[in-house]
Design a protein around this ligand. Structure first.
Ligand SMILES: NC(=O)C1=CN([C@@H]2O[C@H](COP(=O)(O)OP(=O)(O)OC[C@H]3O[C@@H](n4cnc5c(N)ncnc54)[C@H](O)[C@@H]3O)[C@@H](O)[C@H]2O)C=CC1
Ligand SMILES: O=C(O)CCC(=O)C(=O)O
Length: 333
């Protein structure tokens, strides 16, 4: 039988984890024949809630789940893990921007970076979900120098899924008929959702979304606006931030990282920028990537027109500012 892998979920007593743990334990990320040992990290005041989550996981009677280890100690949580879902952080409330969480949340990612560095497997794949996700991923990687920077990523897959869903609805086609919609930059209201490389499967042929839709004013206006503000719209309506859709997207992200992308298909991930497309280096920037053998590669050679360039600059500048603010918070602590 295949040996079990250890997977940690932080913020395990929270609302995203409540959906995420079930999806992971059912085999939707690492495969239906991959046994799992789940490590559940939360903070001491949530230890009681965590016990309830452990009881429910047991009551699901999931065949792949060999063991569940609830803990409030990062040393235990990160020991020998092959994959890490870093969800645990303070969520924003109505009226806040995600970067308003920076000073509270970057400190968490410093501690977790240090723990990953010391205790995790060196090929661990780390997905940061907690906001501000891009800058938290940067901080986490910086405090884990023994793990390659390529192993740290931030989640913009929820934005990609939102954008894909908007395009499918506008075209009146099923979700699976839309591919290669890109999210550039920060998981924030400056992100640039771009359908310019998008493809739609119509009458047995893949065609260009922009040609089939033929509606530049929608693609450069309401489409971008809706996706950028979708998180805030969910908060305004639910009075809590997106959880089920965030959990599904975290699974999609890690699934594709683990299993690879189909030829010609790309997905968006926040990864360390190498300066591609004129973006700032040394920030975690969302790019279109292709994945093979668990390694992502930024898709090169895409056409960036003046409109797109100005959007990339805006979100890149915000990431630079966040990085500098995060560093000053960490230096003053
Ligand atoms: N990147 C993305 O697309 C998305 C990111 N998010 C972010 O995910 C994060 C979690 O969201 P929810 O689950 O809704 O929040 P939640 O408040 O329901 O759960 C967060 C959990 O994290 C725990 N936590 C806090 N500090 C911790 C630490 N140092 N170590 C371990 N656990 C810790 C809390 O006790 C709580 O149980 C938030 O920052 C939210 O903004 C949410 C949706 C989408
Ligand atoms: O918007 C937030 O701050 C929390 C949830 C989130 O990041 C999102 O829904 O995109």
């Amino acid at each position: 039988m295949t040996e079990a892998i250890r997977v940690v979920v932080t913020g395990a007593a929270g609302q995203i984890a409540y959906s995420l743990l079930y999806m992971i334990a059912r085999g939707e990320v690492f495969g239906k024949d991959q046994p799992l040992i789940l490590h559940l990290l939360d903070i001491p005041p949530m230890a009681g809630v965590l016990e309830g989550v452990v009881m429910e996981l047991a009551d699901c009677a999931l065949p792949l789940l060999q063991e569940v280890i609830p803990t409030t100690d990062p040393k235990v949580a990160f020991k020998d893990v092959s994959a890490a879902f870093l969800v645990g952080a303070m969520p924003r409330k109505e009226g806040m921007e995600r970067k308003d969480l920076l000073s509270a949340n970057v400190k968490i990612f410093k501690v977790q970076g240090q723990a990953l560095n010391e205790f995790a497997k060196k090929d661990v794949k780390v997905l940061v979900v907690g906001n501000p996700a891009n800058t938290n991923a940067l901080v986490c990687a910086n405090y884990a120098p023994s793990i390659p920077k390529e192993n740290f990523s931030a989640m913009t897959r929820l934005d990609q899924n939102r954008a894909t869903s908007q395009i499918a609805a506008k075209l009146g086609v099923p979700i699976a008929a839309v591919s290669n919609i890109i999210i550039w930059g920060n998981h924030s209201s400056t992100q640039y959702p771009d359908a310019g490389q998008g493809k739609v499967f119509i009458n047995d042929v893949w065609k260009s979304v922009t040609e089939v839709l033929n509606d530049t004013s929608f693609l450069q206006g309401p489409f971008i606006d809706i996706v950028q503000k979708r998180g805030a719209a969910v908060i305004a309506s639910r009075k809590m931030s997106s959880a089920m859709s965030a959990a599904k997207s975290a699974c999609d992200h890690m699934h594709d990282w683990w299993n690879g992308t189909a030829p010609g298909k790309f997905v968006s991930m926040g990864v360390f920028s190498d300066g591609s497309y004129g973006t700032p280096k040394d920030v975690v920037f969302s790019f279109p990537v292709e994945i093979k053998n668990k390694q992502w590669k930024i898709v090169q050679g895409l056409t960036i027109d003046g409109f797109s360039k100005s959007k990339l600059d805006i979100t890149g500048n915000e990431l630079r500012e966040e990085r500098d603010e995060a560093l000053s918070v960490l230096e003053s602590n």
